[in-house]
Design a protein around this ligand. Structure first.
Ligand SMILES: [Zn+2]
Length: 194
């Protein structure tokens, strides 16, 4: 893999979906809420991407104690102010039908290429069902960010087999490394630096 030599020039916006007062979906298999998973994944991603040289901006420490929808609006406002090259909001999926499984990513128009790339890499690395990339104007995060933005939903918290993937001790690190690979490919291709 070709390494991106200019990582520090790229700012990556990372936000854990939900907050302490809006914990998201409840996983019946593990007894944990979605926010437990998104917050620890966000911390690991920030650690790994900074270690490999990317510049990170995360509004998490400011918005994590706010109620819905304040934390979401505040997150988007802070991201727009800091103007990263790419913004990622972390979620995990949930559905009443426990058989439903797999990975899907949501994107705004500017984030579509990155979403397609990340979707492909997540599905092949973790061997999860590819549900495709989608856009949804009702999702505040992707419709109000003024930068390429993606929402990740790598698995369903309601599916017993999907849960095994994120319950692995290495999941957060592995996911961060998949993300790192995609960022390198994406920024080398888009070549947005002068
Ligand atoms: Zn969520």
């Amino acid at each position: 893999m070709q390494e991106n030599k200019h990582r520090e020039k790229y700012i990556i916006g990372i936000s854990s979906g939900h907050s302490l007062l809006d914990k998201g979906a409840f996983c019946h298999f593990t007894g944990e809420y979605e926010f437990y998973y998104t917050s620890k994944l966000s911390i690991k991603i920030q650690e790994v991407l900074s270690y490999y040289g990317y510049t990170i901006y995360s509004p998490d420490s400011i918005t994590d104690k706010e109620k819905y929808p304040d934390h979401l609006k505040h997150t988007v406002k802070l991201l727009n102010m800091h103007n990263p090259h790419l913004a990622i909001e972390l979620h995990f999926n949930f559905f009443e039908d426990k058989k439903v499984n797999g990975c899907e990513l949501l994107y705004n128009e500017e984030g579509k290429n990155f979403a397609a790339l990340l979707q492909k890499e997540i599905c092949s690395f973790f061997n999860v069902k590819d549900r495709g990339i989608k856009t949804n104007e009702n999702k505040y995060f992707i419709s109000h960010t003024e930068i390429p933005a993606v929402i990740t939903e790598p698995i369903f918290l309601s599916n017993e087999n999907d849960i095994k993937i994120i319950e692995k001790e290495t999941f957060d690190r592995d996911f961060s490394l998949v993300l790192l690979k995609c960022l390198d490919i994406y920024f080398l291709k888009t070549d947005i630096l002068p």
